[in-house]
Design a protein around this ligand. Structure first.
Ligand code: NI
Length: 153
């Protein structure tokens, strides 16, 4: 395993669309493990998309504190409600802002063995799923912020 270098701020890879993964193989599993390790090493990170470590592959890791989700080709298949979320991002250190998101989403993905699964998240998990899947489409939270907020870190 290895900690990978985080891409920051104006790095153009953050604005590019990631490509679907065709085969979930050892190489993909290694990237997912590295992404999780990089996310944990960053301390305050709850999610990471592959763009953020310089790879245009549709891979996401999320851990809100109770479960590590490793997602290949995640897609939002349903969304309902709305919430105003306070968000930050490991790629935009020191920036925080409010973003409008759905309250609840269901996401379909493949796991690290290539098996399909679904996760339904509400509140913070829904926020995180939407934020990370946006990354795969080259969309970063600062594009969606309705108001930047000062947060003590
Ligand atoms: Ni982010």
């Amino acid at each position: 395993m290895a900690i990978r270098k985080l891409r920051l701020n104006d790095d153009e890879i953050l604005r590019k669309k990631a490509r679907p993964v065709e085969h979930v193989d050892d190489r993909i599993r290694e990237i997912l493990r590295d992404m999780a390790e990089t996310m944990y090493a960053a301390g305050n990170g709850v999610g990471l998309a592959a763009n953020q470590v310089g790879l245009l592959k549709r891979l996401v890791t999320i851990d809100m504190g109770d479960h590590l989700y490793q997602m290949v080709n995640p897609e939002i298949v349903s969304a309902e409600g709305e919430q105003l979320c306070l968000e930050g991002c490991l790629s935009f250190p020191g920036k925080w802002g409010n973003v409008q998101r759905p309250w609840k989403v269901t996401v379909r993905a493949l796991d690290e063995n290539g098996q399909p699964f679904e996760v339904t998240g509400e509140g913070d998990l829904a926020k995180c799923l939407c934020h990370e899947i946006d990354h795969l489409d080259g969309i970063v939270f600062v594009d969606k912020v309705t108001e930047f907020v000062q947060v003590e870190e």
